[in-house]
Design a protein around this ligand. Sequence first.
Ligand SMILES: Cc1ncc(COP(=O)(O)O)c(C=O)c1O
Length: 280
Amino acid sequence: MSQSNLRTMGQQFGRRSWAEPWKIKTVEPLRMTTQEQRETALTGAGYNTFLLKSEDVYIDLLTDSGTSAMSDRQWAGMMMGDEAYAGSRNFYNLESAVQTYYGYKHMVPTHQGRGAEHLISQCVIKKGQVIPGNMYFTTTRLHQELAGGTFVDVIIDEAHDPQSTHPFKGNVDLEKLEGIIKRQGAPNIAYVSLAGTVNMAGGQPVSMANVKALRAMCDRYGVKIFLDATRMVENAFFIQEREDGYAGKTIAEILKEFCGYTDGAWMSAKKDSLVNIGGE
Ligand SMILES: Cc1ncc(COP(=O)(O)O)c(C=O)c1O
């Protein structure tokens, strides 16, 4: 690789050692709590982890969201942010990264993923419409239903079976989906809500074969597909590892091919994109 092609920090530093090739320079002190304080906090929250105050949590197992440390270059990038009232160059950087890696032409930045879910739901869902999806995600379903839609689960049965070793437990069950389209009528389907990987199924991936077949079915009925691309880089990794014909393709190629079968997407940038806040 020539010097000018060394894009990532790993490439620039000739990385690939057994140890992490970075230092973590920032610490955030945590409040130490007693068992009694934790029990009081838990009962006060009705055992709902979403209602716990983060300052009461010592070990947070709720999510991987926004938990990665940002690099010195990411922080430096923020210091060089263009605060222009219109036409900020940082918008164009982000837009071109989304176009290059995900392939979508238009992009609206949001404060985090749920802001993007809200925008898409309000724009696309008409009251009374159905949104079939490969298992619900909390904030996604909330915004779909606030917009007047009803979510229906169409994930394959293996996703509900922890003993199953199916390699793509996030796949859409095309028979279940077709049954819903026929029962409801295609105009009553707002879109298919496809998530790769599937958070509530333990991060299970969707295969390329499945999204291709889904595209073909949706084209037959004139139904759109919107993708929750929050962990699509990770999904591309699983395809590279597990699906015939993809071992020799790069993650970037797989990601772009997968997104190419969908009509649009939203994402939380707080997971795969390793930033502490953001979405589009
Ligand atoms: C699959 C998925 N979609 C959407 C979201 C919502 O994103 P955010 O937390 O950035 O609002 C999350 C994260 O919590 C998620 O895991």
